[in-house]
Design a protein around this ligand. Structure first.
Ligand code: FAD
Length: 289
């Protein structure tokens, strides 16, 4: 189902927007406004992170509920973190009752959820648990890393463990963000050669703030190519120029990905409307439906 270069996005390409749970009342109100604005773009679903950046697990459930009440499809992110199994089971049951049928299953980072844990539960272990307890109810998304997870021993071992997640029952994958488009295509082909046959949807990070982007990228092992760093540095405090350059550069990245047959795009919205909407408009994605 690969596209020839120059063709429009695949008919069945899927688009999703990620939120993190707000930490304040004001943040929660703002997020519901952003959700309303982004819902107008008719994404296939929203997703809500879990325990990331010190946010609470309750925050994920509450945000998921709020989005669900507005009638959108939403995929909660989930990891074992330090939770006892019965808590995870109760959460899964709650989601099933809410009519939720998609999850993003992760190992998570430490500190995840409420704090330090004695050992990591790898994502494949969580998937096995979800499949064992809830059968085929959920469409399970997993994370993958075109530039390779920072804790991996090698390119091969990261593929090996990615494949384990597919064998455990993952249905599709969302990538960590990247700016090197070739890293994605090389990774996709390497996955295919390794027998990983699920859709691999690029995760897209809009650029709005250079300091934040540097911090995230250092943590998650996403490379900011030198020319982009130089460009962003040269804008200093000129936020408008940073956003304009970011929108143009990320639009071009998305175009190449869709032309090259990427099965959709997942946007890390950072709980903001404008950066995503700008790229969306540039890509002329409103016409897809
Ligand atoms: P895994 O797939 O378990 O892999 C983790 C590392 O261990 C890799 O290096 C892998 O090669 C290796 N490995 C995997 N399985 C095994 C095994 N069985 N034995 C030995 N080694 C193994 N973080 C959050 O805290 N909350 C979120 O909501 C969140 N959402 C995310 C969404 C996306 C799309 C992405 C790309 C990342 C997200 N993250 C989130 C970050 C993620 O939790 C981290 O990248 C984390 O370090 C790895 O999670 P994983 O599920 O990919 O781990």
């Amino acid at each position: 189902s690969k596209n020839q270069s120059g063709q429009p996005a695949q008919q069945d390409a899927r688009f999703s927007f990620e939120f993190f749970p707000p930490r304040t009342e004001v943040g929660a109100e703002k997020l519901m406004r952003v959700h309303g604005e982004l819902a107008e773009l008719s994404p296939d679903f929203f997703s809500v992170t879990y325990g990331a950046g010190g946010s609470t697990k309750d925050g994920t459930r509450q945000t998921v509920n709020a989005i669900r009440e507005k009638g959108s499809d939403v995929a909660p992110h989930l990891s074992f973190g330090g939770s006892p199994q019965h808590e995870i089971d109760a959460l899964l049951q709650h989601y099933i009752e809410q009519g939720i049928n998609r999850l993003v299953a992760l190992r998570g980072d430490i500190p995840s959820g409420t704090g330090a844990v004695s050992r990591y539960y790898y994502a494949n272990e969580l998937i096995e648990h979800v499949r064992k307890t809830t059968g085929d109810h959920f469409h399970i998304e997993v994370a993958c890393y075109p530039e390779i997870h920072p804790q991996s021993d090698s390119y091969e071992s990261d593929l090996y463990f990615f494949k384990k997640k597919v064998e455990a029952g993952a249905n599709s994958a969302i990538t960590q963000y990247f700016f090197n488009v070739d890293a994605y295509f090389y990774f996709r082909d390497a996955c295919q050669a390794a027998g990983i046959d699920i859709p691999i949807v690029p995760g897209i990070m809009p650029i709005t703030n250079y300091a934040n982007l540097q911090r995230f990228s250092n943590n998650c092992g996403a490379e900011i190519p030198r020319w982009i760093r130089q460009r962003l540095t040269s804008y200093g405090d000129d936020t408008d120029s940073i956003r304009q350059f970011g929108a143009d550069m990320v639009t071009s990245l998305c175009e190449k990905l869709l032309e090259g047959g990427a099965p959709g795009l997942h946007f890390y919205s950072m709980n903001q409307t404008e950066p995503v909407r700008q790229i969306w408009t540039n890509l002329d994605l409103s016409r897809r439906s």
